[in-house]
Write a protein that binds this ligand. Structure first.
Ligand code: SF4
Length: 88
């Protein structure tokens, strides 16, 4: 199941303040523990159809406790930019 590079989610429970915004925004990815309400990561590599909501959760987190590792954009193939082949 490696169709392109996946977005990877990370959470920092030491920063989390338990607001629950992430759980409301993407409940299939985030949860909160029952004891203190800190974030739990259910799925580290969300499917593409959920990725936009995960990005929204990053924006809505008041503690900056969620981060994403996004694959770098693939450069469009524009041909070779090197030196011309010398005539000889
Ligand atoms: S939105 Fe941020 S602060 Fe709130 S529960 Fe999720 S990770 Fe924690």
């Amino acid at each position: 199941m490696t169709e392109g590079a996946a977005v990877r989610v990370r959470v920092n429970r030491e920063r989390c303040c338990g607001s629950g915004n992430c759980v409301v925004t993407a409940p299939e990815i985030f949860d909160q523990d029952d004891e203190v309400g800190l974030v739990l990561l259910r799925v580290a590599e969300p499917p593409p159809d959920v990725a936009d909501r995960v990005r929204q959760a990053v924006d809505l987190c008041p503690a900056g406790a969620i981060s994403l590792d996004e694959p770098p954009p693939q450069p469009e193939h524009t041909g070779f930019g090197g030196s011309p082949v010398p005539e000889g």
